[in-house]
Design a protein around this ligand. Structure first.
Ligand SMILES: Nc1ncnc2c1ncn2[C@@H]1O[C@H](COP(=O)(O)OP(=O)(O)OP(=O)(O)O)[C@@H](O)[C@H]1O
Ligand SMILES: [Mg+2]
Length: 423
């Protein structure tokens, strides 16, 4: 099945910015099916597709009631969020996706009740659109996953609202918005090389954390629009509506309905429905390519092979001499050749054959190394300026210590699984 044949994949819009077209096909919910209080009705549908795939059930063993009564989440009333966003007015609107609209709102830091604009804490409030049939399932999955995890590279969910037919989610506000806007929005200030690698490292750390969790989680919808950036350009992953608990025990994959976004979903997943953590690694490779090239995964305004970033860029990624052809012109050559090649080759491996893709932990370690040469050079320069002999006298044991720049994240094994995202 080709990418465009896949019924559940979101497709990018003509200007190249990915937009969501959620379609629910087999086993899908209609608005009248599956009450929100019926966990079985809302459990993900699983379609075995081929001998090697192992069906897996619910993402977590928690019931819906348990999830919604999490002590980490506040249950908001609709009227509170209405007040916090000044009746969901257009001035408060900050974005739109497949789930619905996203608004900026203000709440009291201590009580989490609504606050006057400009007072208290800023939050982002996602409001499920009326026509998003699949949205109820995604809404619950988002609450289930984000209430379980807290990590600096995952967006924080503060609470939810389930009030009549209204379903909303309340997140920490991430001030710089999505990576997609920074890379592809017309007129956006180009990101420097260092910031691009920093963003890649933060996103890799978030994915690696999910893959290495006690019960690993596959994001399934990893893409530039789901990477939010704070003021220091720390990446925070968002949108867990399509996330899946990874295989348990010795299983490495399971079958599921194909969901995701065109251009980011791994080809073997689209073809077979077999979902593994490596699907996320593929999506990560695509985002890394977007960071290097400044081009989006699918660009319908282009013709031929240039429409698909992976197909277009692949031949240049493992060739040091040709690499400059795919690098973002807006970088104006301001990047280290060696670092660019390291990143490009890493992307090449991530989008390659599933069996040979690196784990997200390995991806993270290799990305961190890209920033090391610069730091080492700076240190060397500093040593020259200060006089290397005096430095040696002051710290005679320096050479005994390993470089602090390349560290394995605590609690992560070097052999980790990976995962991907939806549309
Ligand atoms: N917590 C947040 N803080 C700040 N801005 C946010 C936050 N969450 C979302 N946004 C903004 O709202 C936009 C829409 O987000 P949303 O997740 O609904 O859609 P999307 O990611 O663009 O598409 P998709 O539905 O395919 O995931 C984002 O691109 C981002 O700019
Ligand atoms: Mg999103």
């Amino acid at each position: 099945m080709s990418i465009s044949d896949s019924p559940n994949l979101k497709s990018p819009s003509a200007d190249g910015i990915c937009c969501t077209h959620l379609t629910w096909t087999k086993g899908g919910l209609s608005r009248t099916q599956g009450s929100i209080h019926s966990p079985t009705a809302l459990s993900p549908s699983v379609q075995p597709r081929g001998e090697k795939c192992r069906p897996v059930s619910l993402p977590t063993s928690k019931s819906e009631g348990d999830t919604l009564s999490s002590p980490h989440l506040k249950a908001f009333m609709y009227s509170e969020l209405n007040n916090a966003t000044r009746n969901f007015c257009n001035d408060s609107l900050i974005g739109e996706g497949g789930f619905g609209y996203v608004y900026k709102g203000w709440i009291d830091e201590r009580t989490l009740g609504p606050a006057r604009p400009g007072c208290g804490m800023v939050v982002a409030i996602k409001k499920l659109g009326d026509k998003v049939f699949q949205g109820r399932r995604e809404w619950l999955a988002e609450v289930q996953y984000l209430s379980q995890f807290q990590h600096p590279n995952l967006v924080r969910l503060l609470g939810y609202c389930l009030d009549g037919d209204n379903r909303l989610l309340v997140y920490e506000y991430v001030p710089r918005g999505s990576l997609e806007n920074h890379l592809f929005r017309r007129g956006a200030q180009p990101l420097s090389w260092e910031i691009r690698i920093k963003v890649a490292i933060g996103a890799a750390r978030g994915l690696s954390f999910l893959h290495e969790a006690e019960q690993s989680v596959i994001h399934r919808d990893f893409k530039a629009s789901n990477i939010l950036l704070d003021l220091e350009y720390n990446a925070k992953l968002s949108d867990f509506g399509l996330a899946k608990a990874g295989p348990i025990g010795d299983g490495t994959h399971f079958s599921t309905q194909v969901m995701g976004t065109q251009g980011y979903a791994a080809p073997e997943y689209i073809a077979t429905g077999c979902l593994t953590a490596r699907c996320d690694v593929y999506s990560f490779g695509v985002v890394l390519l977007e960071l290097l090239s400044g081009r989006c995964a699918v660009d319908k305004s282009k013709v031929g092979v240039k429409q698909n970033l992976v197909e277009w860029a692949k031949p240049y990624l493992s060739n040091k001499r040709k690499l400059y052809r795919i690098m973002d012109e807006r970088l104006e050559g301001q990047y280290p050749q060696k670092g660019a090649y390291m990143a490009a080759f890493l992307a090449f491996e991530c989008i390659g054959d599933a069996k040979c893709r690196p784990s997200m932990t390995e991806v993270l370690v290799r990305l961190e190394k890209i920033l090391v040469p610069k730091e080492s050079t700076a240190t060397a320069r500093q040593e020259q300026q200060l006089g290397s002999s005096s430095l040696r006298l002051k710290s005679p044991l320096r050479h005994d210590h390993p470089s602090p720049a390349v560290r394995m994240p605590r609690g992560l094994s070097p052999h980790s699984a990976m995962r991907s995202r939806r549309q």
